[in-house]
Design a protein around this ligand. Structure first.
Ligand SMILES: [Fe+2]
Length: 322
């Protein structure tokens, strides 16, 4: 694969165009045209690639790390597959936290349900399900990015979703790169993007959480720059209850357009049912989940391990002189 492993995903030029695009400039210009062409080209290539093989979560090869970083830098997510996954949840969680560190994901989100090494084990739990947390039930989950209700200082910029065990049936994920959501919206009407960049575009009202704590109003844009890199990040939920869109026609039309587009699908949308030992490393992309059914045997119950971060997957070009 060599030092330039990631470049076979696209030319050096495409890679530069993607990394340096000033997405907040919505004037029609050649930079937008060039970026759009590069993004579509690269995404089509990414779409066709098999998962990156990882020998060991604790010590992945430098080639695997480079390849995963390159895919995330260009397309915001990458799927990996571990040859010999751990059988024990605690051991798998610890290995996953070590794996994250190879991508600059050092400090995970503080979460009420996190166990070993900050990892949350998502599985059907009658206790959590009763409290109304959909992630702990077999129900379908609509399109969202993680932490869309978080305070600005706690926004989720990246996460790892790792399949420890599959359900008997169902539990597929669909993934959509936020930069492609931006691209499609901008193609439809740049005013949609402008509306969704507004600092008060989307409000998730204050709520008493099922565990009794009060989560304050979360007011913010849908598209915003990552504070560390300037790259586009997205805060979104397709829910229609307990959400207040800014009351102007461009915002409401943009929200409707986005919801309809996600429901209809896109050629560059990715559909995946993770196998045991497979996972998704990503910059908080749009995702959903289909309903699933656990089996009677302990090994037919879906267990997903999740780690969230306030920073994106590292983007250093390895081997470049500093
Ligand atoms: Fe999620």
């Amino acid at each position: 694969m060599g030092k330039s492993g990631g470049y076979r995903l696209g030319s050096v030029e495409d890679s530069e165009i993607i990394r340096n695009f000033r997405w907040q400039d919505l004037e029609p210009n050649t930079a937008w045209t060039a970026w759009r062409a590069a993004r579509l080209r690269v995404s089509e290539r990414l779409q066709a690639l098999p998962p990156v093989e990882v020998d060991s979560l604790e010590s992945p090869s430098p080639e695997a790390v480079r390849e995963l970083e390159a895919r995330c830098a260009l397309g915001n997510f990458a799927v990996y597959s571990v040859a010999h996954p751990e059988t024990d949840v605690a051991a798998a969680s610890a290995a996953l936290a070590r794996f994250a560190q190879h991508f600059g994901l050092l400090e995970s989100e503080a979460h009420r349900s996190s166990g070993a090494a900050g990892v949350v084990a998502l599985r059907t739990s009658s206790e959590e399900g009763k409290k109304g947390y959909i992630p702990y039930t077999p129900k379908a989950m609509n399109w969202h990015t993680d932490g869309y209700y978080s305070a600005p200082e706690n926004r989720v910029a990246g996460f790892l979703l790792h399949c420890h065990q599959k359900a008997l049936s169902g539990g597929e994920n669909q993934l959509m790169d936020p930069e492609l959501a931006y691209l499609r919206l901008r193609e439809a009407d740049p005013a949609y993007v402008r509306a969704l960049m507004h600092p008060e575009a989307m409000t998730i009202p204050e709520n008493r959480e099922p565990d009794g704590t009060i989560r304050p109003d979360s007011v913010g844009p849908v598209f915003y720059p990552d504070p560390a890199t300037g790259r586009l990040q997205m805060r979104y939920t397709a829910r229609t209850r307990s959400i207040n869109w800014r009351q102007d026609s461009a915002t409401l039309e943009a929200a409707d357009w986005l919801r309809a587009w996600l429901a209809a699908g896109d050629p560059l949308m990715r559909q995946i049912r993770l196998d045991r030992g497979q996972g998704i490393l990503n910059n908080n992309v749009l995702h959903n989940r289909t309903r699933f059914e656990d089996g009677a045997s302990e090994t037919d119950r879906r267990v997903m391990l999740r780690l969230r971060f306030h920073v994106r997957v590292a983007e250093e070009i390895h081997g470049a002189a500093e």
